[in-house]
Design a protein around this ligand. Structure first.
Ligand SMILES: Cc1cc2nc3c(=O)[nH]c(=O)nc-3n(C[C@H](O)[C@H](O)[C@H](O)COP(=O)(O)OP(=O)(O)OC[C@H]3O[C@@H](n4cnc5c(N)ncnc54)[C@H](O)[C@@H]3O)c2cc1C
Length: 432
């Protein structure tokens, strides 16, 4: 059986013959399952539903002409397919939303299972030094080809350029109204619509609460032209936090951009503090510890050493530590009010203190976030309390399943968002 890619269900009759849908289930007595959304979660869900129920008819409806579009562009076109973290409890820690609910599911299908799944189907994977997992080919097309091939072999049917507009439920099942005026009915429905507002609208119309969708995984805008001039600078390991909330700090590399800060430390902070930042309209006090492995006393010793060894040299021209590049140190000196002429010898106690606090808790006024196009994932979606995480079935609407980013689940960067799609898609197939 072929994957009917790109064929439009122009009318119900054609659907009967081409897709065997519409009122198909009642005609031949086979259960009919429809999945809305041909993304990672929709495909994985279709494959595992069909594998587990070979007699059922499984159809994916996708509103755009393309399938797996986010997989295609993900990871800069390489697709960071999962993360080499094989301990479910540890894995959960990478999810600002959904960590509690994903623990059970990860005991059924976790990153190692994802790796085995793709590798056993001829897609060799590699683990990079930061534990992100990519196809060995460095091309997301390898992942797409594998998913399509598997779905095709199982007899999953696909209908692209097919937008679902409305869903109603009665005792016979679900009735789907399509944009082209057609109506389809099915016994089991899986919503895999990602972060689209339509998906939220469908879930709401079927009785679900939607946690307000807001951005996660973004970079920070800092209005400081002098900082922007240092764009391109990076620091291997910093600690960043908002306001006085150092307990919820994040660590990792930081990058200075032409309009503020980016890099893993900032992006992780954006995910964990997504709600706080949204509520304050992205106007927050950001603090940076540029040398987190050193305490204030260690830094004082470094300063004393500089005074002894390089007393006559200009402070701003000589960074006290190799991890603080010259251009960054010069910026920090200007910010701390230590002028161009000050030498290490001439620094007074107050200036030393100011420089050390600039290094240990530099303060920046956050003035906004990166524009929408940079966001990789949405925080918010279907409330997790209303979903059975053994089967991904809705607790408020029987035979409705919800998978992927549609749920109020999001991970930090590193392959965790796809892992959510694989795991929830897998469980919706009835495996536990
Ligand atoms: C630029 C970018 C890069 C990313 N890189 C990574 C990465 O490397 N690793 C990682 O783990 N995560 C990454 N992510 C996040 C990851 O892509 C998503 O979390 C994941 O794709 C979600 O999968 P999904 O199937 O739930 O939703 P989606 O992939 O968004 O799929 C939902 C599908 O539903 C369709 N749909 C919506 N409404 C309707 C409707 N009414 N009728 C029919 N169809 C409909 C949509 O057209 C879409 O095709 C990235 C995201 C972006 C934007």
């Amino acid at each position: 059986m072929h994957l009917n890619k790109g064929v439009r269900p122009l009318n119900i009759e054609r659907c009967h013959t081409t897709f065997k849908c519409g009122t198909f289930s009642s005609i031949v007595g086979r259960p009919l399952l429809i999945i809305i959304g041909a993304g990672a979660a929709g495909f994985f869900s279709a494959i595992h539903n069909k594998r587990n129920n070979p007699d059922s008819t499984v159809i994916i409806l996708e509103k755009t002409p393309n399938i797996l579009s986010k997989v295609k562009i993900s990871g800069g076109g390489r697709c960071n397919v999962t993360h080499a973290c094989f301990e479910p409890k540890e894995l959960c820690r990478f999810y600002p939303r959904g960590s509690k609910e994903l623990l059970g599911p990860f005991y059924s299908f976790q990153c190692k299972d994802t790796m085995d799944w793709f590798e056993s189907r001829g897609v060799p994977l590699k683990i990079e030094k930061d534990n992100r997992v990519f196809p060995y080919s460095d091309s997301s097309q390898s992942i797409i080809d594998c998913l399509v091939k598997e779905a095709e072999a199982l007899g999953v049917q696909l209908c692209t350029s097919c937008s679902v507009e409305k869903i109603e439920k009665d005792k016979l099942g679900f009735r789907l109204s399509l944009e082209n005026g057609d109506t389809l009915t099915c016994d089991k429905l899986i919503l895999a619509t990602g972060s689209s507002r339509e998906g939220h609208r469908f879930a709401k119309s079927l009785g679900h609460k939607i946690v307000e969708p807001i951005p996660s995984l973004f970079t920070f805008k800092i209005s400081d032209p002098s900082l922007h001039k240092r764009s391109g600078l990076s620091v291997e390991n910093v600690e960043v936090w908002l306001g006085k909330n150092k307990k919820q700090s994040q660590s990792g590399p930081l990058l200075v951009t032409h309009w503020g800060f980016s890099g893993p430390a900032i992006i992780k902070l954006s995910a964990w503090q997504a709600r706080t930042l949204f509520n304050t309209k992205y106007q927050e006090d950001l603090h940076i510890d540029w040398l987190p492995v050193y305490d204030k006393n260690d830094l004082l010793q470094l300063f004393i050493q500089e005074r002894t060894d390089n007393g006559k040299k200009q402070v701003c021209k000589r960074s006290p530590h190799p991890e603080i590049a010259g251009r960054l140190w010069d910026y920090l000196c200007q910010k701390a009010g230590v002028g161009d002429v000050a030498t290490w010898q001439s620094l007074n106690e107050r200036q030393v203190e100011t420089l050390i606090s600039e290094l240990k808790a530099g303060h920046f006024d956050m003035a906004g976030k990166s524009p929408f196009k940079d966001e990789f994932v949405t925080c918010g979606g279907v409330s997790l309390k209303e979903v059975n995480f053994k089967t991904m079935e809705s607790k408020v609407c029987a035979n409705l399943h919800l998978v992927g980013e549609l749920l109020n689940i999001d991970g930090v960067t590193g392959g965790f968002n796809f892992q959510n799609a694989w795991t929830t898609g897998y469980l919706s197939g009835g495996f536990q």
